[in-house]
Structure formats: structure tokens, C-alpha cells
Design a protein around this ligand. Structure first.
Ligand SMILES: [Zn+2]
Length: 106
């Protein structure tokens, strides 16, 4: 996970901090709410999927005849690989941005 550390000081630190939060939100909003359609399966992607023996999320071996979902990135539409349907549904893109605030006291 990427981290970003920003320090604010001065009498207007709270105001500057809130304004910066709004700017960060505006920058990340297209990514947070992206829902790009899955790319088309090229022959190379089809071959890669056909050779895939394990769920790309939990890394467990697929059982004979087991249903597989094609998982894709909602950010860019890229096919990530086959996954168990339950693994695919449980893999959620976080919609929250954790923010840690400390006043360097106590
Ligand atoms: Zn799985």
C-alpha cells in the first residue's frame, strides 16, 4: 500500500489540511469509482487462461469441472485471471482512504 505523508503547521494548518484533503479526493475520485469494462480476450489471453490451474486470488488448485470467473481490474479493464466465484465476489476494491492524524503530543 502506498503511503503519503504531509506535514501541516501554522495557524491555518487545519484549513490547509482540509483543502488538501479535498484536492486528494478529487485526484483519486476517478480511480475510486472507476468501473472499466473487461478487455477483450485476445488469443494470448485465452491461452493464458486455459493454462491457469490455480485461482489467482486464493492460489488454490481448481477442482475438475469447477466453475471459474474471469476476474478483471475495474480500474483499467485488464483481465487478471480465473478465480473462484466466491474469491472474485469477496475481492473488493477499497472505497475508503485511511487517514491518520497526529498532533505529535502524548
Ligand atoms: Zn480462490
Amino acid at each position: 500500500m502506498a503511503t503519503l505523508s504531509i506535514h501541516f503547521s501554522g495557524t491555518d494548518a487545519a484549513e490547509v489540511f482540509i483543502l488538501r484533503l479535498h484536492e486528494i479526493y478529487d485526484e483519486l475520485k476517478p480511480l475510486i469509482f472507476a468501473d472499466v469494462k473487461m478487455e477483450k480476450k485476445t488469443p494470448e489471453i485465452k491461452a493464458k487462461l486455459a493454462a491457469q490451474t490455480h485461482c489467482h486470488i486464493c492460489e488454490k488448485l481448481f477442482k475438475q469441472g469447477e466453475k471459474k470467473d474471469v476476474d478483471h481490474s475495474h480500474y483499467d479493464g485488464r483481465i487478471l485471471g480465473y478465480a473462484h466465484p466466491i474469491c472474485n465476489r469477496q475481492r473488493k476494491t477499497p472505497k475508503k482512504l485511511p487517514i491518520l492524524i497526529h498532533n505529535f503530543q502524548g
